[in-house]
Write a protein that binds this ligand. Structure first.
Ligand SMILES: [Mg+2]
Length: 474
């Protein structure tokens, strides 16, 4: 009793002090029981059915299953199951392989999915650029889906504050050799509500057959560059010079070609020229990693240099470009860059240097939604790509739980429901499977074939040359 009275007296003193300081409202908030705890005389506060899964310390990943949707690109989807019924969905980078995720099954089964950093640290040595970032990224997404469901919050809340209630989208738009036809396609985008645009400027496809337009390497001559600019001008005429417009797919350019192209585009105020050094052209200095080449290009033009949809990780990929002033707009694909947590790190780091973020996306609505949650927390976000609006009417029907149309007037609404806020529409997914079976068992991937460094419990030679067999192997 004495103790209670002392506390009560202390509380009264605090209340008086808070009132004197103008903090009465704050003090009142702290008097209320924490959300989720029972109030005297009232039933316990519940956030919904999701809470039944929440026994956090006992939560364990029990399985990883996978399927692949056959679309414009393959969409490999994974599902992480747990011992408490809750599961998480993830997606491997478009045109990747689900095996890049399944090879990680041995590391994630048995782990507590709430320890996101610990799980990701374990699998990071197996992630790299291009499609090799897909497995790591899928696991990250599934972990965030689980954690959001367990704690009853949307994934974006796990990453930071929400700067955007809806995400501005832009579309991959098929080019045409006829500038008027090409401009007409872009005008259709504008009429559909899109406010951000991107065009492909494939040198050979558009002007390769015009006399004197390309050199022996397929790179535009001054005459060819003027023709490419005519395409930009035609599109500017219909969307206006005030609308953001970026450009991509110029062909196999080297540093000097890239500078010539970027300078020629300057009058058209592109939002960015994308991946000027073609991704994957190793004999041009390993273009995806060659920050020195991009630094030269960026220093030589006022056209913003953008790109790097094939880079994984901040330290592994983006940091050298940002640190060395070699990029104007980053354009990661979360399916390669590391999905929620790593992409958020990359975007926040770039923001410190005044570099905005756009997102490359050619995946399913599930992977798209993962990126939606991430960039909702990125203040200087520009726009995200979609590759699927023209020719797959069923694309948005692959998922449930979100408003349709999935992209409405050029935007996707950021969900406030737990986890990703999206589920697979099983009947529609089953109509578009690359391989038979819907999340079939993956026991072939149960056997551990590798162990991260420093983890005990794996049969090995010790420092005395003795073969150490663990308890489980005896
Ligand atoms: Mg691109």
């Amino acid at each position: 009793m004495r103790c209670e009275k002392r506390l009560s007296t202390r509380r009264a003193l605090l209340r008086q002090a808070a009132a004197a300081a103008g903090l009465g409202a704050i003090f009142k908030m702290t008097e209320e029981p924490a959300a989720g705890q029972p109030r005297r005389g009232r039933p316990p506060v519940r956030y919904g059915p999701i809470n039944k899964y929440s026994a956090p310390s006992d939560l364990r990943i029990t399985d990883m299953r996978a399927l692949t949707i056959a679309a414009n690109f393959d969409y490999p989807i994974i599902r992480l199951d747990t011992n408490q019924g809750v599961y998480g969905l993830g997606e491997v980078r478009d045109a990747g392989t689900r095996n890049s995720a399944l090879m990680l099954k041995q590391f994630v089964v048995g782990a507590n999915p709430l320890n996101i950093a610990e799980v990701l640290r374990t699998i990071r040595p197996y992630a790299w650029h291009g499609r090799q970032g897909g497995g790591y990224s899928a696991v990250d997404l599934a972990l965030h889906d689980i954690v959001g469901k367990v704690f009853g919050v949307p994934v974006w809340r796990l990453l930071g504050d929400k700067y955007h209630d809806r995400i501005r989208m832009y579309c991959d738009t098929v080019s045409s050799k006829d500038p008027k036809v090409y401009a007409g396609r872009m005008l259709a985008r504008k009429k559909a509500g899109y406010t951000f645009f991107k065009m492909d400027l494939q040198t050979m496809e558009l002007v390769g057959d015009k006399p004197g337009a390309v050199d022996y390497r397929g790179v535009a001559t001054p005459k060819g560059l003027q023709m490419l600019c005519d395409y930009i001008a035609a599109i500017r005429d219909v969307i206006g010079y005030d609308a953001p417009l970026s450009a991509d797919h110029f062909g196999r350019l080297d540093v000097h070609d890239s500078i010539n192209y970027a300078r020629a585009f300057e009058p058209y105020r592109l939002a960015w020229a994308e991946d000027l050094l073609q991704v994957g052209t190793l004999n041009r200095g390993d273009a995806p990693l060659n920050w020195r080449a991009y630094k030269q290009i960026k220093a030589s033009t006022t056209t913003p240099v953008g790109g790097f949809e094939s880079l994984f990780g901040l330290e592994e990929g983006f940091k050298p470009f940002i640190d060395n002033d070699a990029v104007g707009v980053i354009h990661p694909d979360p399916g390669t860059s590391g999905q929620c947590r790593e992409t958020k790190r990359i975007c926040d780091y770039a923001a410190q240097f005044g570099i905005p973020t756009a997102i490359h996306m050619a995946g399913s609505p599930l992977g798209t939604m993962g990126a939606v949650h991430t960039v909702a927390t990125v203040e200087n976000f520009l726009s995200m790509e979609c590759h699927a609006v023209d020719f797959m009417s069923w694309w948005q029907e692959l998922v449930t739980g979100v408003p349709k149309p999935f992209i409405n007037q050029g935007y996707i609404t950021v969900p406030d429901t737990p986890g990703l806020g999206i589920e697979l529409n099983e009947p529609v997914v089953k109509e578009h499977l690359r391989y038979p079976g819907y999340f079939e068992p993956t026991t072939d991937w149960d056997k551990a074939t590798a162990r991260p460094q420093g983890v005990a419990g794996y049969p090995h030679f010790n420092e005395h040359g003795e073969w150490v067999v663990t308890q489980s192997e005896r």
